[in-house]
Design a protein around this ligand. Structure first.
Ligand code: IPE
Ligand code: IPE
Ligand code: MG
Length: 254
């Protein structure tokens, strides 16, 4: 018994060099990432918070490439929550600016690499010019299939559920017609499978309003590493740990 427990918690053997790894035997299809810890990373490295967020964005580029290498097909990244508006205006402005810069500078390369961008969240509180940029990026990449990247920006799970209920009411859906499948179709993630794995960096054990409907049976991987330092090797570790999880969905496998 104790051995079984020890086996379960024994760290997954690591490849010596993750560059040699082409893919995992059974990678999660859909990975969500709560990219947390940019501020603490900045403090630890004597940088400004803005520089921390920039470093986080640089890391995202690497993780996108790694996702393709490791066989992940869909990535949902939590970039700005509905609660992040409560931060000082300067920081909020910086985060908006970073999204704009990413679209301006990276869109063509993302497109060339077969990335399809999608947006989860409310667009209408964003600056109209930024809204236009986002809509253009979604349209420009809409036929790509190598990696789907859902950008959760001005996203909140509770807000998403409220909007879904409002749309159901506006569509005159009867109470009997409301099922899990139907409600899922009213979420921002309509048509996408639920996340298999959610990674949270920087050690907080909470969802912070991320995909609260969709993650009912997601596996979680939480690491103390700050997001800018979350590298290919640790990503591989998260994915291989996922491959060793026993997902039971409330039933019994044995
Ligand atoms: C995550 O980093 C990025 C966003 C929430 C936009 P934080 O800015 O939350 O970093 P910490 O948690 O303060 O270290
Ligand atoms: C979650 O991080 C939101 C994003 C990563 C965008 P926060 O830093 O906002 O979460 P809390 O405040 O620690 O719960
Ligand atoms: Mg944080």
């Amino acid at each position: 018994m104790l051995d079984t427990i020890r086996d379960k918690f024994r760290p997954t053997p690591q490849p010596k060099n993750t560059d040699d790894v082409v893919g995992l035997p059974n990678p999660p299809y859909h990975v969500g990432i709560i990219m947390d810890g940019n501020g603490r990373w900045a403090k630890a490295n004597n940088k400004t918070r803005f520089q921390g967020h920039r470093a986080g964005t640089e890391n995202l580029r690497r993780i996108l490439t790694d996702s393709v290498d490791f066989g992940v097909k869909m990535l949902t990244i939590y970039a700005f929550s509905t609660e992040n508006w409560t931060r000082p205006p300067r920081e909020v402005k910086g985060l908006m600016k970073i999204l704009e810069m990413v679209i301006d500078r990276e869109l063509e390369e993302l497109h060339q690499n077969g990335v399809r961008l999608r947006h989860l969240g409310q667009l209408n509180r964003l600056d109209p010019a930024l809204q236009q940029k986002i809509l253009h990026a979604l349209d420009y990449t809409k036929n790509n299939e190598d990696l789907i990247v859902n950008v959760a920006f001005n996203y909140g799970g509770r807000n998403e559920i409220i909007e879904a209920v409002q749309k159901l009411i506006n569509d005159n859906v009867t109470s009997e017609a409301v099922t899990e499948a139907l409600l899922s179709d009213y979420m921002y993630t309509a048509g996408s499978p639920d996340p298999d794995l959610i990674i949270r960096t920087s050690g907080e054990f909470r969802t912070s309003n991320f995909l609260i409907w969709q993650a009912a049976y997601a596996e979680y991987y939480i690491t103390p590493t700050y997001w800018p330092d979350f590298d290919r090797e640790e990503y591989y570790r998260a994915l291989s740990e996922f491959c060793n999880r026993d997902r039971r969905y409330g039933g019994r496998n044995k």
